[in-house]
Design a protein around this ligand. Structure first.
Ligand SMILES: [Zn+2]
Ligand SMILES: [Zn+2]
Length: 237
């Protein structure tokens, strides 16, 4: 951290003291350990048809049509603190929250039997379009990916996937519009050869998984092995 940002951070901490996002009233942490306990893993399901099953691997009926092999969801979206933490990370740029949430995703991933059999999968964040990244100043999926790659000791690649089209915010669209919105939005940079390497594709939140699938499709065109999605939460809207 530069001196200027260190000073401005100190000033910000004085004006807006850090406070747990839960209802506990704790100071000095974004999510205290008691509130962290509220984060619970949703039931395992097929990421495509959402039928409850024993694992998060795409079920046999959906397998042929799905470019993602499975999806890890770290928390139930209904947990209020998770929703608030995602919002704070995204709109207030609270990097420390990405640390906590990224650790939750890493923990959930480390328990996936399929992922455990992979040797050093490459961690790739869903990219933001340049314009949006400049507006926001960071890509939240990239912050999470850094934490996940560090904690699991997997290589991180932020230079492979590119968002070529400035798509509309998915949250503003209905289901079918969302699917169309992202279909051709992503490209893999030229001359990248993924030579069958398994990939962990990271985003903050998934809804229809249209974004994850569009990214996975491009990665697979460039030779990626199985692509496994990883998100903090999956919303039902
Ligand atoms: Zn708390
Ligand atoms: Zn299915």
């Amino acid at each position: 951290m530069s001196l200027v940002s260190a000073i401005s951070k100190t000033i910000l901490d004085l004006i807006f003291p850090k406070r747990c996002l839960g209802d506990c009233g704790c100071y000095d942490v974004w999510i205290c350990s008691a509130c962290l306990q509220a984060i619970r893993r949703p039931l395992t399901e097929c990421p495509s048809c959402r039928r409850t099953q024993k694992t998060n691997i795409v079920c046999p009926e959906c397998r042929d049509a799905s470019p993602i092999a499975g999806l890890t969801v770290a928390s139930d979206y209904q947990v209020r603190i998770v929703e608030q933490a995602i919002r704070a990370m995204k709109y207030q740029y609270v990097e420390e929250i990405a640390e906590v949430l990224g650790a939750c995703v890493a923990q959930a991933l480390s328990e996936e039997t399929t992922v455990r059999t992979w040797k050093k999968p490459v961690v790739i964040p869903v990219p933001l379009h340049r314009t949006r990244k400049n507006e926001r100043g960071f890509n939240q999926a990239e912050l999470l990916s850094r934490v996940i790659a560090r904690q699991l000791d997997f290589p991180l690649r932020t230079d492979i996937l590119r968002r070529s089209a400035a798509t509309m915010a998915q949250a503003t669209l209905d289901r079918s519009a969302r699917l169309h919105n992202v279909v051709n939005a992503f490209t893999v940079r030229k001359r990248v050869e993924l030579s069958d390497k398994p990939v962990i594709l990271v985003d903050d939140v998934a809804t229809t998984t249209a974004t994850l699938r569009a990214c996975a499709k491009e990665l697979k065109k460039s030779g990626a092995g199985p692509v496994w999605g990883a998100v903090i939460a999956r919303s039902h809207q």
